[in-house]
Structure formats: structure tokens, C-alpha cells
Design a protein around this ligand. Structure first.
Ligand code: PLP
Length: 445
């Protein structure tokens, strides 16, 4: 992008953006959630230009999707080459090399040294559906355990696991039966009232499953799977204590339950390792990913222990899932992530966390800064003692940042999430943090 990033030239939304917004109001489903009127025209690297020529620094990355930045030239070339050769064939009924090449690669880069198989879809929610169906089919059990605050998608099976905001579920019931939700361990809001570092919240959460759910409402021998985000995304960028996944693994093994990790948002290098679960060394039975896998093309993947896919032809498939163009983009994305961008996410995450370390002292609005790699949350509170969330302040900060040329989104009740493309450099981080710093100070006034 030739223009400086960011550079804002018109009042926002500008005249061209207003035309699009008018049509959007007329034709697009009102169920979409937009925090501010950003109307994109083109993207390059960490920059996005809108239809009026304003340029934004993108710390939202299409909700953690453009892992290699906007229109990475190598990814664009891979897409162009593939589009000129074969756009679609349908892996459900035919064969093509890219499908097996990507499956082999996914089996190699996911945790666990055992034979694996892969099933493809087009989105996170579809990959979760595949995992749910596979777990039920293989175990011949129907129940599932998920967590409060979880987001696993919006199709009806995945929505039954999602428990992030009431609006996502209201009006759509009855959902899948047999789903129970347990508290997710949040050291900042420990369910036992402890305060870090002596927090026992992961113990409280696993105790809840074993000593309450399993002894009252949920026979463990009917539970097919525990589905969990290793770092909760939409629920607030919550990093659980490292022992949490270890305890879940032990519990799952005790009762013959499958452990499914939803790495749709926290996977593909975002946390400074290829998979968020690698930070705790725990290996799932099924790993689900999407978002950052193909730098913007639609692709969802569930990678499972090979023996779990004991279903036969026709049991599960998708016309578009694993489309050749998406596979080509994914293989190129993974090559770039492995070569340099996962390491960059670790490095830049450390740099940003270092710069944010004193914000809870400097800014009365900042309750906690947390995260791993380039999955960073800044939780805003009305009062640092009571830790009461401040969603209004969060909205104001995000909106002001937009007017200063920085794109960020919220998550949880009152957290600002930073999830830039994994290619960012120090100067981008410095600009973003300066803008956020100023916006926080303004809102604090
Ligand atoms: N799982 C997680 C952890 C997510 O963050 C999301 C989307 O935000 C999904 C699943 C659903 O993905 P999609 O929107 O691609 O269906």
C-alpha cells in the first residue's frame, strides 16, 4: 500500500461508505454485529483502505483470519495458480492431490504422534459439527460437555455448545439435547473468589464436572466428548491456568470421554506456537481449526485420531469443504507460518505484552492485560477493586480507535482484543498502542 498506515482523510463514514451503508441497511441481515462503519475496499499487509481512501491499521485481521496479512503476495500467487488450473471438483465424490497433501500436512503439524485422519468443511462451525458427529458416532454416547463463555459457532449443533452471549441462543431452541456447560477457569474472576496467584479456578471447574455434573445430572458413561477452547476467544480472551487442560485430559481418560480442542481462533500460530494447546503439552483426540488456516479463504478442518473415523461412506461430507483453491491457500499459509510468522507472533506478542504491562497502573479503566502471542485482551473495568466490567467504556475506546485509524474489536463483556496479522512489526505495534493509549486516556477523562 503506497499510503501511510494509518491515514484518515474524510469524516467517518465518508461519502462512498455512506452509500454502501444505506444498501447494507436495506438488504443485509440485521443479525450481523458491526461496532463501527468500516467499509473496506482493499487490503495489503497490515493495512486496509476503505472506499473513501482512508487507510486503517488492522488489529482485527478479519477476526483472526488473515494470519499472513491482507493479500500476502505468495498466498495470492498460490490462489491465482490454482484458480487457473482447477477451481472445484468436490472431494466428496472425486480425488485431487491438494486434498491429500493438505490432510497429510495437517496430520503432521497437529499434536500427537499417532495415525490421524482429516475431514474438511468451509468454516469453524462446520468443523465443530463434524467433530460432534464423529464423537457421537464413535463413542455411541450422546452427551457433550462445553464451557460457559464458549463460542463454537452458530449452526445448531455448534450453537448448542456456544454459551458466550444470550443473544446468540435466544429464540433458536430447542437446541441439541444432552449438552451441559461447566464454568471456564478465569483467574481474573476466579469462581472460588481467589485472586491470582493462589487461584484454584481450574480445580473448581474440573471439580464441578466430576463432583457435581457427574454425580447429579450427567452420567459420565453417556458423555461422548468435552469440547473446549484452549484459550477462550469470543468469551473474553481468557487464558486458563496451564493445569486446566491437563486436568481435563486426565478426566476424559478416566471416563472414556473424547477431548476436543477448538483451535478455530487460537490455532494456526496465533499464540506464538502453531497450536495454543502446545503451551500446556496436552494432546486432544480431535483438533478443530479454521479462521487463520487459509489467510482468508473459507476452510474448516477437524483432525482426529484415525480410529475415531470409523464411519462409512455417506456418513459425513461437504460439497465445498477442502475446495482446491482453499487448500492451495492453506498450504502456502502454513509454509509461511512455519517459516517465519509463528515465531514472529511469539516475538511481537512478548513485545506488546511488555509494553502493556504497566497499563493497569497507568489506566484506571484497565483491569487486566492477558494473552499469549498475538491473542491479547485488555479488560476494561469500572473499578479496579471490584473488577466490575465496563462495556460502555470498551465501546467508546473501540469507536475512538476507529476514528484514529486503528481497527480493533471487542470480546467478552468488556475486553478489547488485539489480534493483528501475524506479520506485524514493532512500528505497527507502537502505532497501535499509542492510539489505544490516547483513546483510553480520553475515555477516562
Ligand atoms: N470456534 C471458535 C473458537 C470461534 O472463535 C469461532 C468464530 O469466531 C467459531 C468456532 C466459528 O467459526 P465460523 O464463524 O467460521 O463458523
Amino acid at each position: 500500500m503506497e499510503k501511510k498506515v494509518p491515514s484518515i482523510k474524510t469524516p467517518l463514514p465518508g461519502p462512498e461508505a455512506q452509500k454502501v451503508l444505506a444498501l447494507d441497511r436495506q438488504f443485509i441481515s440485521p443479525s450481523y454485529t458491526r461496532d463501527y462503519p468500516m467499509v473496506a475496499k482493499r487490503g495489503e499487509g497490515v493495512g486496509v483502505e476503505d472506499v473513501d481512501g482512508n487507510v486503517f491499521l488492522d488489529f482485527a485481521a478479519g477476526i483472526a483470519v488473515v494470519s499472513t496479512g491482507h493479500c500476502h503476495p505468495d498466498v495470492v500467487r498460490a490462489i491465482q495458480r490454482q484458480a487457473e488450473t482447477l477451481i472445484h471438483m468436490s472431494g466428496t465424490d472425486f480425488y485431487y492431490p491438494l486434498l491429500v497433501q493438505l490432510a497429510e500436512k495437517m496430520a503432521a503439524i497437529t499434536p500427537g504422534k499417532f495415525p490421524k485422519r482429516v475431514v474438511f468443511g468451509n468454516s469453524g462451525t462446520e468443523a465443530i459439527e463434524a467433530a460432534i458427529k464423529m464423537a457421537r458416532y464413535h463413542t455411541k454416547r450422546h452427551r457433550l460437555i462445553a464451557f460457559m463463555g464458549a463460542f463454537h459457532g452458530r449452526t445448531l449443533g455448534a450453537l448448542s455448545l456456544t454459551a458466550s452471549k444470550p443473544v446468540q441462543r435466544r429464540g433458536f431452541g430447542p437446541l441439541l439435547s444432552g449438552v451441559a456447560h461447566a464454568p471456564y477457569p478465569n483467574p481474573y474472576r476466579c469462581p472460588a473468589g481467589h485472586r491470582a496467584p493462589e487461584c484454584l479456578c481450574d480445580w473448581v471447574c474440573t471439580e464441578f464436572i466430576e463432583n457435581q455434573l457427574f454425580r447429579t445430572a450427567v452420567p459420565p458413561d453417556e458423555v461422548a466428548a468435552i469440547v473446549v477452547e484452549p484459550i477462550q476467544g469470543e468469551g473474553g480472551y481468557i487464558v486458563p491456568p496451564p493445569s486446566f487442560l491437563v486436568k481435563l485430559r486426565q478426566m476424559a481418560d478416566r471416563y472414556g470421554i473424547l477431548l476436543i480442542f477448538d483451535e478455530v481462533q487460537c490455532g494456526m500460530g496465533r499464540t506464538g506456537k502453531m497450536w495454543a494447546c502446545e503451551h500446556s503439552g496436552v494432546v486432544p483426540d480431535i483438533l478443530v481449526t479454521a479462521k487463520g488456516i487459509a489467510s482468508g479463504l473459507p476452510l474448516g478442518v477437524a483432525v482426529a485420531r484415525a480410529e475415531l473415523m470409523d464411519w462409512g461412506p455417506g456418513a459425513h461430507a461437504s460439497t465445498f469443504g477442502g475446495n482446491p483453491v482453499a487448500c492451495a491457500a492453506a498450504l502456502e499459509t502454513i509454509r509461511l507460518l512455519e517459516e517465519k510468522y509463528v515465531a514472529n507472533a511469539a516475538r511481537m506478542g512478548e513485545y506488546i505484552m511488555g509494553r502493556l504491562a504497566d497499563w493497569p497502573h497507568k489506566h484506571p479503566l484497565v483491569g487486566q492485560v492477558r494473552g499469549r502471542g498475538l491473542m491479547i485482551g485488555i479488560e476494561l473495568v469500572k473499578n479496579q477493586e471490584t473488577r466490575e466490567p465496563d462495556p460502555e467504556a470498551r465501546h467508546k475506546v473501540i469507536e475512538r480507535a476507529f476514528h484514529q485509524g486503528l481497527l480493533v474489536l471487542g470480546c467478552g463483556e468488556s475486553t478489547v482484543r488485539l489480534m493483528p496479522p501475524l506479520i506485524i512489526e514493532r512500528e505497527h505495534a507502537d502505532i497501535a498502542l499509542e492510539i489505544l493509549d490516547a483513546c483510553l486516556s480520553e475515555v477516562e477523562k
